[in-house]
Write a protein that binds this ligand. Structure first.
Ligand SMILES: C[S@@+](CC[C@H](N)C(=O)[O-])C[C@H]1O[C@@H](n2cnc3c(N)ncnc32)[C@H](O)[C@@H]1O
Length: 290
């Protein structure tokens, strides 16, 4: 009994403490790879999340874990670290004003030909997390296209975390997670699970077939898109980046928008103080000059 207590106490202590040197190493590694800026205030959170990776890898100290990262030529553990560190909070129809604006302003402009080809809408959700954002967009697009115009649409979705992308591409959510979706749309765009999937809902294959997921690091190799987008959703990710990084990102995103195309960012984010080529339409809604 005494021995077990001591061991438990020791391993807890190991998980709880991180040396300045190891914290600096983790911070720099994460910053260089993702541009996520982990300040001193994130030390406890990072340590707790590293605890999960220690348990998963069977290592007993953060120092050993850092050595593993230093000898990780294929970046396998780095991807797990990014999964563990990144914050993936999201929900269906988050920041509803964006969906109202999409339905009432952007999509009618698209249908009128103000955003280029009125028959083909190309949208990118570039920090899509577990899929709630892109599927909310997909529902809005499908609903508009069915009622107002017969145009094609395609939604490209990306994130740096492979874990969230796996989840998103399955498109299966438990009942509580779809409660922000209107009942009418729940019935139309989700399939109710049965037997062991009771309580779960899967996004309808008709909707999923226009939604593609892939891993893209916003700060990795240059974006490979062949076609430009009429709309880019880049919401609730810039909050983790410093100003020069935000400026670099929104500038590069602009190169992938058609003239008149829209950039939507999170409501807690702002481009105030950032040099950028967009016109401000409303808070968190920016448009490239036509
Ligand atoms: C808080 S979620 C936002 C989800 C969704 N856009 C929303 O607003 O609800 C932030 C997402 O950004 C992703 N992310 C962080 N850094 C990234 C990077 N450098 N490249 C691509 N995605 C990144 C995270 O993995 C996470 O899934």
């Amino acid at each position: 009994m005494t021995i077990r207590n001591t061991t438990a106490h020791k391993s807890l202590e190991t998980f709880k403490s991180i040396s300045n040197k190891d914290y600096t190493f983790i911070r720099e590694l994460i910053y260089n790879e993702t541009r996520i800026n982990l300040g001193e205030g994130k030390r406890e959170l990072v340590t707790a999340r590293l605890g999960k990776r220690l348990r998963a890898t069977g290592l007993t100290s953060i120092q050993d874990y850092c050595s593993k990262l230093k000898n990780d030529p294929k970046n396998g553990e780095l991807y797990h670290l990014i999964d563990a560190i990144s914050t993936n909070h999201t929900f269906f129809f988050r920041e509803i004003n964006h969906f109202n604006f999409l339905n009432e302003t952007i999509l009618p402009q698209f249908a009128n030909g103000e955003l280029g080809n009125p028959n083909s809408l190309n949208v990118w959700s570039c920090a899509c997390s577990t899929g709630e954002e892109p599927y909310s967009v997909a529902i809005t697009l499908a609903d508009f296209m069915e009622k107002q115009t017969k145009g094609r649409w395609q939604l490209n979705c990306s994130d740096i975390s492979t874990k969230v992308l796996d989840f998103a591409s399955k498109g299966v959510y438990d009942k509580n997670r779809i409660k922000e979706v209107k009942t009418e749309w729940q019935r139309k765009y989700f399939q109710k699970g049965e037997k062991q999937m009771d309580g779960y809902y899967r996004v309808h294959p008709e909707l999923r077939k226009n939604v593609k997921f892939q891993r893209i690091n916003l700060f990795g190799t240059p974006f490979q898109w062949r076609e430009k987008f009429q709309i880019i959703f880049c919401r609730n990710v810039m909050i983790y980046f410093d100003r020069p990084t935000q400026e670099d990102l929104v500038g590069r995103l602009a190169q992938h928008l058609v003239p008149g195309g829209y950039l939507l960012i999170g409501h807690a984010e702002s481009l105030a103080g950032v040099n950028h080529p967009y016109d401000t339409v409303k808070p968190a809604i920016y448009q490239l000059p036509a």
